[in-house]
Design a protein around this ligand. Structure first.
Ligand code: ATP
Ligand code: MG
Length: 483
């Protein structure tokens, strides 16, 4: 048994023993003569004390058998990839918690070097399954019957050292499934683990193999990377290894040489800082990790390299980089098969990211503020986050000035909205109804009655037509009559 701390041993035991539904499932597999192991990311996360509700298992059972054993014990089951040997289901524990379990037949896949998808073959033993996993920290398994930990590639040591290493030679592993190179960047961000130098070298050497990977798989890994707390780490790795040149070329293109007059800052560094700030604001304002926010922050300046002009007097300009950037972002996101809604949202945010800079020290008229709100539409909160994040100046006075101005803009937006809501308030009865109820024709009395009902509405909120009629009649009684 590899060396693990008593705390780690206790964590593994908790998953195995303190969970009646999982225990019963394991007993069913063993009763049918099959092996069942907790495996991969679940073992890693359990050892690190960060296990969520996902449990991955590997087994000697074939998919049909897995389904037969899982179905009667799960609230729901679904087929995540029968061809890959994976059946998933939800298990509910008596205490109300639930697990999402994914059970996969031992794999022993052979790869076709030119195919987009790994060729699948089922295996007969755990060892063959573990060696084809991406990283040693993801290649450990716990036997559900004995609790024994299998760690043939010293994943425990790598976990301790916080490094990413492949179970076999990285060149072979990455050549078999090039997506693993993107997974390395994702785990670097997600876990804060450093890929060992051989892995980084193999990423740089084999990056062109990513050509055989489908855009959807690449997108999914990029999204996972961007939704971590520290995407900068993984993004830097993708840029350093040249992988970004293939999957997101607009990002490394931001590394424009700083011109001799130092007239514009490093746009690449700026973009990563804007992303960091957008993530911090997203949290501070109570939002969940949001891919639209993050892509907009990362890509907001990708129009700059194309629009850079060296003007007379040594100045540099980037006219229309908002429009150009919006188009480039849409194109890239289309190539990566993002949804139409996501593409529209990100490119609109980029198009609007400079709008606030006309605001100056608060010179906008109310109608300019209203246009800002209308143009942002349902992206307004994200535009607030992007615009506020897009300030990375080291000049404290300037930063403060911008922040105060934006605060004022948000405050004016709230005020206008509140005023417009008030303006939209109508009494519970209209003029025609008033005339009908009081049996009078048009005239000053109707206006007075209308004003009475409006004041009442402001005071007491909506009354409904019945009560409004009662109140109107009572008021009418109390009015001095002309005759
Ligand atoms: P998380 O669930 O937090 O995203 P994970 O490590 O569980 O992380 P998954 O994508 O859920 O990642 O994969 C589950 C396990 O399957 C991994 O831990 C790894 O052992 C294995 N695996 C997944 N994708 C690959 C791949 N492309 N090549 C090799 N092994 C893989
Ligand atoms: Mg997982």
């Amino acid at each position: 048994m590899p060396d693990i701390t008593p705390t780690q041993a206790a964590r593994l035991d908790t998953v195995r023993a303190a969970t009646p539904a999982v225990r019963e499932l394991a007993a069913a597999f063993h009763g049918a003569g099959h092996e069942l192991y907790l495996v991969g990311g679940s073992v890693r996360d359990a050892l690190m004390g960060r296990l969520g509700n996902d449990l991955d298992f590997t087994t000697s059972a074939r998919p049909e058998e897995i389904e037969k054993l899982l179905k009667p014990r799960a609230v729901a089951t679904w087929d995540v990839g029968r061809a890959y040997g994976t059946i998933a289901g939800r298990l509910d524990e008596p205490d109300g918690t639930s697990w999402l379990v994914e059970i996969t037949t031992f794999r022993a896949d052979a790869y076709d070097p030119d195919s987009r998808k790994p060729q699948i073959a089922f295996g007969d033993h755990l060892g063959g399954d573990l060696i084809r996993r991406d990283f040693t920290v993801n290649a450990m398994a716990v036997a559900m019957d004995t609790g024994e930990l299998f760690d043939p590639f010293d994943g425990i040591i790598d976990l301790e050292d916080r490094v990413l290493r492949t179970p076999s030679a990285p060149e072979i592993s990455f050549s078999d499934d090039p997506l693993r190179m993107l997974r390395a960047a994702r785990f670097a961000s997600q876990l804060g683990f450093l890929p060992v130098p051989e892995v980084v070298r193999a990423m740089a050497d084999l990056k062109d193999r990513l050509e055989i990977v489908s855009a959807e798989r690449i997108r999914d890994e990029l999204v996972k990377l961007l939704l971590t707390d520290h995407p900068r780490i993984g993004l830097d790795l993708l840029v350093e290894t040249g992988i970004a040149d293939l999957v997101l070329p607009e990002l490394p293109a931001l590394k424009m040489e700083i011109d001799e007059h130092n007239h514009h800052k490093d746009v690449y560094e700026h973009s990563l800082t804007v992303l960091d700030q957008a993530i911090a604001l997203e949290k501070a304002r109570g939002h969940q990790p949001d891919i639209v926010n993050r892509l907009a922050a990362l890509l907001h300046d990708i129009g700059k390299p194309k629009t850079r002009r060296f003007e007379a007097g040594g100045k540099v300009s980037f006219y229309h980089h908002d429009i150009v950037g919006a188009k480039l972002a849409a194109k890239r996101m289309q190539a990566l098969r993002f949804s139409g809604d996501e593409i529209k949202a990100v490119s609109k945010l980029i198009e609007l990211h400079l709008r606030f800079h006309g605001y100056g020290e608060g010179q906008w008229t109310d109608s300019a503020v209203r246009r800002y709100v209308r143009d942002a539409g349902d992206l307004l909160e994200r535009l607030h986050i992007l615009t506020r994040s897009d300030c990375t100046t080291r000049n404290v006075a300037k930063a403060n000035r911008l922040r105060t101005a934006y605060e004022q803009l948000e405050w004016r937006i709230d005020e206008l909205a509140a005023q417009e809501e008030l303006d939209a308030i109508r009494p519970d009865l209209n003029g025609d109804q008033i005339m009908e109820i009081l049996g009078i024709g048009p005239g000053r009395e109707v206006g007075k009655a209308y004003k009475f009902l409006l004041d009442l509405r402001m005071e007491a909120g909506p009354l409904g037509p019945e009560r409004a009629k009662e109140e109107l009649l009572r008021w009418w009684e109390s009015q001095p009559k002309a005759d």
